[in-house]
Design a protein around this ligand. Structure first.
Ligand SMILES: O=C(O)c1ccccc1N[C@@H]1O[C@H](COP(=O)(O)O)[C@@H](O)[C@H]1O
Length: 213
């Protein structure tokens, strides 16, 4: 039974669908190149009206202090997700500056990539284990790309963690079984179009992850 984060929510009805299905985390994207990017005003409205059961996670890619401050001045967030090339030192700085829990994404394609999970486990509150994007990809995540989950089998991480990357209602149960992930994160796998979530797919995903309401 894995807890679920639905990422890249852009419409109030999608937050409602996520909460009703039993998801625990709602991801709001602050990355202009993403089709799920939110303006600060839209994010403030979505976060301000989010169902109580959903923790609001702000997703950033290599944000500078000004970008973080601008969002946090107006948007009520419960957690920061860092999905860029932030160093461990920068993760610590952002944690201290925002006084929020920080989840650091680590891209995995091959066994040597797993070493970073240790380095970031020393400084982040949570880890997000995602597929490493293809070279030259526009987005560092949210690509619907999976990695070989067997790389994680039997591995213990220093922090609570989420599995991500190409998860769908049809494969999430197998992904949880193989990796033992306590939490899972999905974006494109529950969409009908980029940035538009599908309530039926959200329900099926959460149920398959074993966390359904
Ligand atoms: O969702 C996005 O648009 C996004 C943009 C930039 C960085 C990360 C993004 N999403 C995160 O990527 C993973 C995997 O997504 P998917 O399920 O494979 O589409 C997930 O952690 C999202 O939070």
């Amino acid at each position: 039974m894995a807890q679920v984060k639905i990422c890249g929510l852009t419409r109030p009805e999608d937050l409602t669908a996520a909460a009703q299905a039993g998801a625990r985390y709602a991801g709001l994207v602050f990355f202009p190149k993403s089709p799920r990017h939110l303006s600060i005003d839209s994010a403030a409205a979505l976060a301000g009206n989010a169902p109580d059961l959903l923790a609001r996670v702000g997703l950033f890619v290599d944000p500078d202090d000004a970008a973080l401050d601008a969002v946090l001045a107006q948007v009520a967030l419960d957690m920061i997700q860092l999905h860029g090339s932030e160093t461990p030192a920068r993760v610590s700085e952002i944690r201290a500056r925002t006084r929020l829990p920080v989840m650091k994404a680590v891209g995995i394609a091959a066994p040597p990539d797993l070493d970073a999970l240790w380095d970031y486990g020393l400084v982040a509150d949570l880890l997000l284990v995602d597929a490493k994007p293809a070279p030259g990809a526009t987005l560092p995540g949210g690509n619907g790309l999976a990695f070989d989950w067997r790389l994680l089998a039997g591995r213990r991480l220093l922090r609570p963690w989420m599995l991500a990357g190409g998860l769908t209602p049809d494969n999430v149960a197998e992904a949880v079984r193989l990796t033992g992930a306590p939490m899972v994160d999905v974006s494109s796998g529950v969409e009908s179009a980029p940035g538009i979530k599908d309530a039926g797919r959200i329900r099926r995903f959460v149920a398959a992850a074993g966390a359904g309401a």
